[in-house]
Design a protein around this ligand. Structure first.
Ligand SMILES: NC(=O)C1=CN([C@@H]2O[C@H](COP(=O)(O)OP(=O)(O)OC[C@H]3O[C@@H](n4cnc5c(N)ncnc54)[C@H](OP(=O)(O)O)[C@@H]3O)[C@@H](O)[C@H]2O)[C@@H](O)CC1
Ligand SMILES: Nc1ncnc2c1ncn2[C@@H]1O[C@H](COP(=O)(O)OP(=O)(O)O)[C@@H](O)[C@H]1O
Ligand SMILES: [K+]
Length: 516
């Protein structure tokens, strides 16, 4: 499913109207009906207050008001704005509502108290004040309305049309206030503002409804961002052949760990093992090997020269050995600590082949010289916002406010695959495309979950034989496993169990899709 900004949504609309010939009023009618259906299904017999602005978002709200009234709902509809400023389609939707003998009240200083009383008596409040057409911060009257809506949050369900009013659909920024919705019904495809914070935190449950714009329009318009979904991921999950052996599923090499971070290599190995890797070798500073062995008996151990509990400066020379097995994907970084230096990393990069994933402390080293991976492909970087901020010499806030642009620009410029981790992780490719995973949970907001993800990425790259597919599977399944795990009690080392459950759920989905 495509993920768009406000301009791209307008272009999709225009294409549907001008090139396909769907009249714009039909799109509005379909959009309004779609929200009406969602409300009818979820809140039967509710008393509704519908709030409409004079833009097309308000037009959608007028349409849904008419349909819900026709289905027997008690609806009070308010216009916040003026009839004169309505768009052509909104004016049509408004007239149809009025001519259906529905009284639309106008919000004025005089009617304000009545408006507040009606809000207090509502079971469901529909927010059609402003959608993707918002400019800057909400003006005073709209902001007051939003605050009144939010005051009823405990007593009424709040449903936003397209996007909660006050959120910038391009970047999720809230300049002043925004509606805090329980349910948001959007059309055709989601907008970035639904997945970028703080806006994303105001959407409640997000429903995407088809309004008749064919999916290929996104491709036609060159839209490069997509939201990952179960149906797509279930087709990527590699099948296990009955007639297979450990060599069939790839060999992962993890170069990680130090005295202070004994668990990190173990968690990375666990991520790889629990998601189907055939073989995992752990290269560790010699002195910590005995501690890690007890944590992951499935791994093969490769002790490297040690200096005070970290990799010694020349420990990379282990890679010179001529009798090494073939490693299909290499992970460097989890728990390295601060003792290794950039020359050590350079040697490791130069002396390994195949897909290379740099995580954690390896990313901090890479920040000292971004040319290190220039001649090495493919390279995968998995920073959290703090790590990319350090690499790019920005603040975490700057990163979080520009997640999409930073991920895409960095991946293109440095010709790497980048996973910008976070509540909705973004995968960006060297070609400039990007993918957002809607999956995840606060159960993952704990030390070590990123280490597990790195192992999963390597494992899925090997099993799918494709870097992008491996990244998509790993990030998505990691998020699903987090959703299945208890938010409080589940830790990174418990993820293994839930990875299995997530994979089974996806396999079932794939079977369902192929059953007539
Ligand atoms: N394919 C789809 O997805 C379809 C989408 N559709 C719908 O169209 C919507 C987009 O419609 P749109 O372009 O008319 O803009 P919209 O969101 O109503 O905002 C403009 C209005 O907001 C106002 N306003 C602006 N800034 C403001 C501020 N700071 N503070 C206060 N007010 C402010 C502005 O007022 P003005 O400045 O003009 O006085 C104007 O009235 C989209 O979200 C979806 O619901 C469907 O109808 C069809 C298919
Ligand atoms: N609230 C959340 N919702 C979804 N995913 C989350 C959340 N918090 C953390 N995660 C995920 O958990 C992982 C944490 O990685 P990271 O910060 O590198 O942890 P560590 O370095 O301790 O292993 C990332 O994949 C991130 O996307
Ligand atoms: K809205």
């Amino acid at each position: 499913m495509y993920l768009v900004n406000a301009r791209q949504m307008r272009e999709m609309d225009r294409f549907a109207i001008e090139k396909i010939g769907i009249p714009s009023i039909v799109l509005m009618e379909t959009a309004g009906q779609a929200v009406a259906q969602e409300v009818e299904q979820r809140y039967p017999q509710a008393r509704l207050v519908v709030i409409a602005g004079h833009g097309n978002n308000g037009g959608d709200a007028f349409v849904l008001s008419r349909h819900l009234q026709n289905r027997g709902f008690a609806v009070n509809t308010w216009l916040v704005g003026s009839e004169e400023k309505m768009t052509a389609d909104t004016a049509i939707a408004y007239r149809a509502l009025v001519q259906s003998r529905v009284h639309v009240q106008k919000l004025t200083p005089k009617s304000w108290n009545l408006f507040c009383r009606e809000l207090s008596g509502a079971d469901v409040i529909i927010d059609g004040l402003v959608g993707t057409g918002i400019k800057g911060s909400l003006r005073e009257e709209a902001a007051r309305v939003v605050m009144e809506i939010n005051k009823r949050k405990d007593r009424a369900a709040i449903v936003s049309v397209d996007i909660p009013s006050g959120i910038n659909a391009d970047n999720g920024v809230i300049s002043s206030v925004a509606v805090s919705a329980d349910l948001t019904v959007t059309f055709a495809c989601p907008r970035w503002g639904h997945f970028l914070f703080p806006g994303a935190g105001h959407c409640g449950r997000l429903i995407v409804r088809d309004i008749g714009i064919p999916a290929w329009v996104g491709e036609e318009l060159g839209i490069k961002a997509r939201l990952l979904q179960d149906e797509f991921i279930s087709t990527l999950i590699p099948k296990r052949a009955r007639h297979s052996h450990k060599g069939s599923y790839g060999h992962v090499l993890v170069i990680a760990g130090s005295q202070s971070y004994v668990g990190a290599p173990a968690l990375t190995a666990l991520g790889a093992i629990r998601s189907g890797a055939g073989m995992v070798t752990l290269a560790l500073p010699e002195s910590i090997q005995s501690m890690v062995v007890g944590l992951t008996p499935e791994a093969v151990y490769w002790p490297w020269a040690d200096k005070a509990g970290s990799f010694a400066p020349h420990s990379w020379e282990a890679l010179r050995a001529t009798n090494q097995p073939r490693y299909d994907c290499v992970v460097v970084g989890p728990g390295l600590g601060h003792e290794v230096d950039i020359d050590w990393l350079k040697q490791v990069i130069d002396r390994t082949s195949g897909p290379l994933l740099l995580d954690a402390d390896a990313l901090n080293l890479l920040g000292q010289d971004l040319t290190l991976t220039e001649n090495r492909m493919p390279v995968i970087l998995t920073p959290h916002p703090g790590e990319i901020a350090r690499i790019m010499k920005m603040t975490v806030q700057e990163v979080e406010e520009n997640r999409q642009q930073i991920a895409v620009k960095f991946a293109r410029q440095h010709r790497v695959y980048l996973v910008l981790k976070g509540t909705y992780s973004i995968i960006a490719t060297p070609q400039g495309t990007c993918f957002v995973s809607p999956r995840g949970s606060s159960s993952l907001a704990k030390g070590g979950s990123g280490d597990v993800l790195s192992g999963m990425i390597a494992s899925f790259i090997n099993q799918t034989g494709d870097v992008l597919a491996g990244l998509q599977c790993a990030v998505y399944v990691h998020g699903m496993a987090g959703e299945l795990m208890d938010e409080y009690s589940g830790g990174a080392s418990d993820l293994g169990l839930w990875i299995g459950q997530a994979l089974q759920a996806l396999a079932q989905k794939d079977r369902d899709n192929h059953t007539l």
